[in-house]
Write a protein that binds this ligand. Structure first.
Ligand code: SF4
Length: 455
């Protein structure tokens, strides 16, 4: 089979295409955006951008109820927006396979927080696959559709920025024709209408299906043991696996978990029994460490590895050196340090951006400005210094409404959102300002594109 060089996002699109996906939909947000952009160029699947992540997930679910396979993409904070239906769709279950891509952003390259969405899998009871390279992105996307249909549950595919945007070699059949997969639709009120009496029954079905899934050979096959040492073993997953291998090569035994919810306790216990000392290497929260300790297995993780920001091979090697682990040849720990003399280059509004004038005048007039998520968030950067508060999509008006009750120094409050953000979730704050008769100046900075959040 020909080998091609694909980014993780391109490989997910290819995997969905090969799985016969009927609908690809999402809300743009770095680092997830390219998945739909690539998929929509392929002949066959119907693709669309939705007005926000909740609407995207609901459309994807509707398509899967009719029997189509559907994939919905969003960045990590987008899952917060989609969380309301998500927690109920797991009870209802799917008909056609439903894959939800959450593209997390450790290190906050282009995000306002670095929330670890593995907890969403546990919390909402959505099984989660976590690829570490582009081949796995393709394979796991296709597997997620199969398992979603086999156990009637939506499936998460958790990506991180490095996996989304890194390129690696993937086997792709260029002659593979599009073959839309479709299951028969059957009206089923007890499943698809979540009256409390139905939901209580579906709650039990969900637990039964998750238990069966955790025994499934195909699901468990993505968890791989590499036994090379009897003293030290490292449990890891996703991008962190690459850092472990680059830092230590084959010096220590490794268990790479591809399925991070539900966890395969059998293989974790087996791996732990084969080594004397166990370490967990994972980015952000101690999600795996927490569960492994809850199983009664001794391990070390966040005692050595930072719980915040991105990891890389140098940070992993340097952190575990404190535990006495030796990294491989050729790893330069100095690379961990910033190269001296290179100035930081934070993003700024484009030269000539018409929105610069707005922030210039707002600052000059000394009004209070509540911003939102988009290009115009950069109005906060010097020399404009034009934003006082900015938090999340749609918050530009709503936070301003609250501040208008007690305006700092009696100054006028401006709520500022972009055109895409206005429709995403800003519009509800605008309606509320009329309903509650609040005294703010609602502003839409219209650039006619979903620019910052989409690229
Ligand atoms: S892309 Fe954003 S920052 Fe650049 S000109 Fe357009 S609105 Fe301004």
């Amino acid at each position: 089979m020909p080998k091609v060089f694909l980014s993780g996002n391109e490989a997910v699109a290819q995997g969905a295409f090969e799985a016969g996906v009927g609908l690809g939909i999402g809300y743009p947000g770095t680092p997830s955006t390219e998945i739909i952009e690539v998929l929509e160029k392929k002949e066959g699947p119907q693709c669309a951008w939705a007005i926000n992540e909740k609407v995207a997930l609901e459309q994807a679910y509707g398509a899967c109820v009719t029997g189509l396979r559907s994939i919905v993409t969003m960045k990590h904070v987008g899952v917060n927006v989609a969380a309301d239906p998500l927690f109920t769709f797991t009870y209802m279950g799917v008909n056609g396979g439903l894959v939800i891509v959450t593209a997390d952003d450790p290190g906050m390259h282009s995000s306002q927080n670095e929330q670890d969405n593995r907890w969403y899998a546990l919390h909402a009871k959505v099984p989660m696959l976590e690829p570490s390279n582009s081949q796995e992105c393709l394979d796991f996307a296709a597997l997620a559709f199969e398992l979603s249909e086999r156990y009637e549950v939506p499936f998460f595919l958790r990506m991180v920025t490095r996996v989304c945007h890194s390129r690696s070699i993937v086997d792709v059949d260029p002659d593979k024709a599009y073959d839309r997969r479709e299951r028969a639709y059957e009206r089923n009120i007890s499943k698809f209408v979540t009256l409390p009496a139905n939901a209580r029954k579906r709650r039990i079905v969900l637990e039964e299906n998750l238990a069966k899934l955790s025994e499934d050979a195909d699901a468990r096959a993505v968890n791989v043991m590499e036994i090379t040492d009897k003293d030290v073993g490292i449990i890891t997953s996703g991008a962190s696996y690459n850092y472990v291998k680059e830092a230590f090569g084959d010096r220590y035994s490794v268990l790479k978990l591809g399925l991070v919810y539900p966890l395969d306790q059998q293989i974790i216990r087996e791996f732990a029994s084969k080594v004397k000392k166990l370490y967990v290497v994972e980015e952000l929260d101690p999600y795996l460490e927490f569960h492994i300790r809850a199983m009664g297995i001794e391990c070390e993780g966040k005692k050595f590895i930072s719980p915040f920001f991105e990891l890389n091979q140098q940070t992993v090697a340097a952190s575990l050196a404190k535990a006495g682990l030796k990294s491989g040849e050729g790893l330069d720990p100095a690379l961990e340090e910033p190269v001296p003399g290179v100035p930081a280059r934070p993003p700024i509004l484009c030269a000539g951006c018409p929105h610069r004038a707005f922030f210039y005048l707002a600052r000059k007039q000394k009004v209070t400005v509540v911003g939102d998520i988009g290009c115009y968030t950069l109005g906060a950067a010097p020399p404009l210094d034009g934003i006082d508060v900015s938090a999340c999509m749609g918050g530009g008006y709503s936070i301003a409404l609250g501040m208008s009750i007690n305006p700092p120094e009696g100054k006028k409050i401006f709520g500022v959102v972009g055109d895409s953000t206005f429709y995403h979730s800003g519009i509800t704050g605008a309606i509320d300002s009329i309903y509650n008769k609040r005294n703010i100046v609602p502003v839409v900075l219209d650039n006619r594109i979903t620019a910052m959040t989409g690229h």
